[in-house]
Design a protein around this ligand. Structure first.
Ligand code: NAD
Length: 508
């Protein structure tokens, strides 16, 4: 599918110029404030998912590169942590300003590299800048502690200190936005960063490094090592100078990262997969429930951790609601990511596309009814039609994360049945409840085994709120002030306010 013109500023000439820049150089690592090729000199290609043709050649990182980056981050930590919070705040605001200035280029690169559609990417770029301004404002308050007076004799107080060089490992679905969401609080609290972006969408990390350099961040405070999970990600997890790892990706990888980090008792935050339900009761505003559910599965090409990939519908409205879902699913516009009319773009990679297509086969074989979609679109690229099945909650397509534009509709009888089915899955990231019965909505929210529940809404995220999952969807909460619990160590200081008695061992 051909790229249209995304907006007045992203013209076909602009897109061609970006492509040209990407295609005519090796995309390097960023270590100690410099763009450097890998120690071993090896590279890998990142592909344009709309054609599967190479988009850029990228330096392939290994343990040697991670070691250089960890040393640079370790060295920079000594001064960055001592910088006045006000100065760190100014740095973060500068990054946001420069990031916004390069918004069109970032958006174009993200569309070309990750296959995400321009309207979504534009919002994500804005959010990426906002992540920096948001945490910039917190920089001066992040280290606040509490005091614990003990009568008139003692005062205890707590202070927060940065942890050290943070390893940030990110997935390919929303590369820039997800990375900045971790980088900003880490930097705000005086840590330094080594980012290892996903190998299927590495390019906006490189552009972010350019932005950070233009914003004059001191060398070594932010570093990027490109490469594959086992070659560059695993050495980062294992590196003794990196005490903290924040990992966003698949649940199986998260368990490997946890095991590998255990030897050094590293602090590890995991944001993992999901199989989130949208639960629709017969008294809901069904027009809004339809809009929310369709958006929440097909936006980001279905490659969304908080996608409602299961829709649980009350029996009394099941058939009618499924036919409305069918009509909307068939009408979703599949196209090139840079075409502003596109709603669903290509899946990230041929391997992932094959995996999603395999799930369509699995669904058919296990007896699910294919209602809409269920096939590839076009002859080149990784386009898959938005797909709707009806089935049961026990089916693999209802239990396993497909991470593509595939929705499974499942009937339920009453509130108890809805709650049981919603929770009968190993994941627990998000949930969406649609009902006009306020008490029931809150009962459901309290009963839901999910880190985040939206009532009568799709995923609208407010930065101060905690983000994260339960069960196999993750371990920590990031976002807002919750991030500071992860990116700082809390220390207690005890001060006697007089001559309290000290046991006098050895004094005869
Ligand atoms: P993935 O687990 O394959 O890879 C994620 C990152 O981990 C990549 O950078 C990869 O190179 C790296 N990696 C792989 N093996 C590693 C190892 N042994 N040690 C260290 N790093 C390693 O995930 P993905 O396919 O890139 O992303 C899709 C997954 O991410 C989905 O499951 C999705 O739900 C999840 N996700 C979760 C959230 C959330 O906030 N909960 C957000 C976005 C995506």
């Amino acid at each position: 599918m051909a790229a249209g013109s995304a907006s007045s500023s992203i013209t076909p000439d602009f897109i061609a110029a970006v492509r040209e820049r990407l295609g005519t150089q090796e995309i390097p690592h960023f270590i100690g404030g410099e763009f450097v090729r890998g120690v071993r000199g090896e590279t890998f290609d990142t592909l344009d998912p709309s054609t599967n043709r190479p988009l850029a050649r990228v330096s392939r990182g290994f343990a040697e590169d991670v070691n250089r980056a960890a040393n640079a981050a370790h060295q920079a930590f000594a001064t960055w942590r001592r910088l006045a919070p006000k100065a760190r705040r100014a740095h973060l605001i500068r990054i946001a300003t420069v990031l916004e200035k390069h918004g069109d280029e970032l958006a174009t690169i993200e569309c070309l590299d990750a296959g995400q559609v321009i309207n979504v990417v534009r919002a994500q770029i804005a959010r990426a800048a906002e992540n920096f301004t948001f945490y910039a404002e917190y920089a001066e308050r992040a280290m606040d502690g509490r005091t614990y007076p003990v009568g008139h004799e003692w005062l205890n107080y707590t202070v927060r200190v940065p942890v050290g060089p943070c390893g940030i490992i990110t997935p390919w679905n929303s590369p820039l936005m997800l990375a900045t969401w971790r980088i900003a609080p880490a930097l705000a609290t005086g840590n330094t960063v080594i980012l290892k972006p996903a190998e299927w969408s590495p390019l906006t990390a490189w552009k972010l490094a350019q932005i950070v350099q233009e914003a004059d961040l001191p060398p070594g405070v932010f570093n990027v090592v490109q490469g594959f999970g086992e070659e560059a990600g695993a050495p980062l997890v294992a590196h003794p100078k990196v005490p903290l790892i924040t990992f966003t990706g698949e649940t199986t990888t998260g368990t490997i990262v946890t095991k590998n980090a255990a030897d050094q008792l590293k602090r590890v935050s995991l944001e993992l997969g999901g199989k989130s339900p949208s639960v629709i009761f017969d008294d809901a505003d069904l027009d809004r429930a339809l809009d929310g559910t369709v958006f929440q599965i097909f936006s980001l090409n279905g490659e969304r951790c908080t996608a409602n990939s299961r829709v649980l519908i009350q029996e009394s409205i099941f058939d009618a609601f499924v036919s409305r879902l069918e009509a909307r699913t068939r009408a979703v516009t599949v196209g090139h990511p840079l075409d502003p009319d596109t709603e669903v773009g290509p899946l990230i990679h041929t391997e992932h596309c094959a995996r999603v297509l395999e799930y369509l086969e699995i669904g058919r074989h296990e007896g699910a009814t294919l209602v809409a979609g269920g096939h590839r679109v076009g002859t080149e690229g990784n386009y898959v039609s938005p797909t709707l099945f009806t089935g049961t909650n026990a089916m693999r397509i209802a239990q396993e994360e497909i991470f593509g534009p595939v929705l499974v509709a499942i009937p339920f009888t009453d509130e108890a049945d809805a709650l049981a089915k919603a929770n009968d899955v190993k994941y627990g990231l998000a949930a969406y409840i649609w009902t006009r019965d306020i008490a029931r909505a809150h009962r459901m929210a309290l009963g839901m085994e999910a880190g985040m529940t939206w009532l009568n809404s799709h995923n609208v995220r407010h930065l101060p709120t905690p983000f994260g999952g339960v069960k196999m969807s993750g371990t920590h909460r990031e976002g807002g002030e919750y991030a500071f619990e992860f990116y700082t160590e809390m220390k207690n200081v005890a001060v006697p306010l007089g001559n309290h008695p000290i046991p006098q061992f050895g004094k005869k």
